[in-house]
Design a binder for this molecule. Structure first.
Ligand SMILES: O=P(O)(O)OC[C@H]1O[C@H](O)[C@H](O)[C@@H](O)[C@@H]1O
Length: 575
């Protein structure tokens, strides 16, 4: 793409407001800044469109959101009048421009003759996924950049099964988007007019009630909450986002009496002023919650990201310090708890399964299989887990108990097809109560997991590669790794290389190859001597290359040491 010409084309468009034009004028003469905004359109990644807010082709703004919506409208129109009547459910989070983009999307769909159901205020992503099947809409849109920093916004698109858009439909939207003139080809209409014509209807507390009813069904043994509720306190933070109402509500409904919410972070604010990044993966964001926990003698803190699909927890350890549990650790605890509670309550299905992404800990497989439960892997992205759930439903081969990713996303139950921090918070709280009835904290429980399933350690290293240069470097790096395959990492021999682009697994010493079940994603997976995995992939949601290291050993100290040595090597390999 000729970014200079595209820059001038945008500047010349009468569609821009004076402020938008001024934003572009301010970078005149700065070729790097122009290239960064205009070198290419935003593309659909792990979770739809995601980008920095601002004017430009490679930015999130009313034009790119408009074009994506027109692209989606074209796809729906191609599906016929029934699809248009079923319409689209739209949600949004607490970010800057989220409500505005949601309303814009509603107006564009309405102008294309497509019915819309729009939430009356911010909602959790999983409640959107729920609403799609509850109301039978053909699609859903969520305006959110999930856990990304405040400069970002995004556009997640869902299809009729409540999961994020499958590749076939995503390709149609991308193609339609690519063929549009962003300024001339996007139909729209007045919002009030669309409402008056009945094309846009609002969703309110009644949808919340229907959703909460389904979430509650996922609770397995809430009786244990009632047993400890008088003196079990927990701290909750929504990080200024969409969990602020429904997470405390569900905790109350399963019987918790003392839910202490972090007041500063209960304020809806797209600047996320109390945190560096509203990501429950980072302990940094929990500092206010930890202070509150200390002041109130609380040993469990739950945090959810701005669109309430990710859940993180902080716990008091044996020495009285507050420590985080990783997404992998919480996932293993939940697998073990769900299995235990299902057995206890006699609700275990005949062919149970758990699901995880392939960059998620193998300890999950150990926990499942040791309990007679099958474990399946998918690519990164909850839509792939959702696809597997649907496949089970179609073939009847398994019933999934629980699905999760190391990136702090968990799901149980059949009402939603994206990770749900409302349900996860409820299950974590239920599990904490269960262990309390046994005189244990979740921290103690994690130690018994290691004794039961083996000593595993995982670490994810993210190397940020921003802008156009970053994108180019990521491509180059993956190409280099394919051209000159690694044969050892930090003294560990590479035994097999799995290239998930081609779907081929190669034995390094003998050169023998075999086809794998999964293919078509840019992931390099090194199987190292001693059973350690070293995985490299570009993120689909942020300008980062991620290296995942997963080790197992005879003691925790040993598996930690293995990972630490490999982490240093990772920083040398990925730069
Ligand atoms: O590693 P990435 O491609 O950035 O994805 C990390 C995570 O991003 C989002 O939260 C997706 O919904 C998840 O399914 C995914 O695991």
């Amino acid at each position: 793409m000729n970014y200079m010409a595209e820059y001038e084309r945008w500047l010349a468009s009468p569609a821009l407001t004076a402020d938008e034009r001024a934003e572009l004028e301010a970078i005149r003469g700065d070729e790097d800044a122009i290239k960064d905004r205009f070198f290419a359109p935003l593309s659909f990644g792990t979770a739809g469109l995601r980008g920095v807010l601002g004017v430009g082709l490679y930015r999130m703004n009313r034009f790119t959101v408009g074009a994506a919506t027109q692209g989606l409208a074209n796809l729906i129109v191609q599906n016929g009048p029934e699809a248009c009547a079923r319409g689209v459910a739209i949600a949004y989070d607490s970010r800057h421009f989220s409500p505005e983009f949601a309303q814009l999307a509603a107006c564009i769909l309405a102008a294309n003759g497509i019915s819309v159901k729009l939430y009356d205020e911010l909602r959790p992503t999983p409640e959107l996924s729920f609403a799609i099947r509850y109301y039978g809409t053909i699609a859903g849109i969520n305006i959110t950049a999930s856990h990304n920093p405040k400069e970002y916004n995004g556009y997640k698109v869902y299809w009729e099964d409540g999961a994020q858009l499958p590749p076939k439909e995503a390709d149609v939207v991308a193609k339609e988007m690519g063929a549009l003139d962003f300024f001339a080809d996007v139909k729209t209409m007045d919002f009030e007019e669309a409402k008056a014509q009945g094309l846009v209807k609002m969703m309110d507390w009644q949808t919340d009630e229907a959703y909460l009813k389904e979430v509650l069904k996922v609770a397995i043994n809430p009786d244990c909450v009632k047993q400890v509720a008088d003196d079990f306190k927990l701290v909750y933070t929504p990080f200024h986002g969409a969990g602020y109402r429904l997470v405390p509500e569900i905790l109350k409904r399963i019987g918790y009496k003392h839910i202490i919410c972090v007041p500063e972070q209960m304020v809806i604010d797209g600047d996320f002023p109390t945190v560096k990044s509203p990501n429950p993966e980072n302990k940094e964001g929990f500092h206010l919650a930890i202070d509150l926990a200390k002041a109130n003698g609380v040993d469990l803190i739950i945090g959810t990201d701005p669109d309430a699909d990710r859940t993180g927890i902080v716990l008091k350890n044996g020495e009285g310090e507050y420590v985080t549990l990783s997404g992998n650790q919480v996932g293993v605890l939940l697998i073990d708890y769900v299995i235990t509670a299902k057995k206890l309550t006699g609700t275990m299905p005949e062919h149970p399964a758990v699901l995880k992404s392939l960059v998620t800990t193998e300890m999950a497989r150990a926990a499942a299989e040791k309990n007679g439960v099958d474990c399946f892997d998918t690519f990164t992205g909850f839509k792939f887990l959702a696809e597997k759930i649907k496949q089970f439903e179609t073939t009847g081969s398994h019933e999934y108990l629980f699905a999760f990713e190391e990136s702090y996303g968990y799901l149980a139950g059949d009402y939603a097809r994206d990770k749900d921090a409302v349900t996860a918070s409820m299950l974590i709280a239920e599990m904490a109560a269960y262990y309390r009835t046994k005189g244990m904290t979740l921290y103690d429980a994690m130690q018994t997991m290691y004794e039961k399933y083996g000593y595993y350690t995982e670490q994810t290293i993210s190397i940020t590669m921003p802008g156009v240069a970053g994108l180019e470097r990521m491509k180059e790096l993956m190409a280099e790794l394919r051209a000159t395959p690694l044969t050892e990492v930090a003294g560990h021999k590479v035994e097999y290389i799995r290239d998930y682009q081609s779907g081929v697994r190669t034995c390094v010493s003998c050169g023998k190859t075999e086809e794998m079940e999964l293919s078509g994603q840019n992931v390099l997976y090194y199987e190292l001597a001693g059973g350690t995995s070293f995985i490299i992939r570009p993120s689909g949601t942020e300008p980062k290359v991620k290296v995942y290291i997963m080790a197992k050993a005879d003691s925790k100290a040993e598996s930690d040491a293995k990972v630490a040595a490999l982490a240093d090597a990772a920083k040398e390999i990925v730069k």
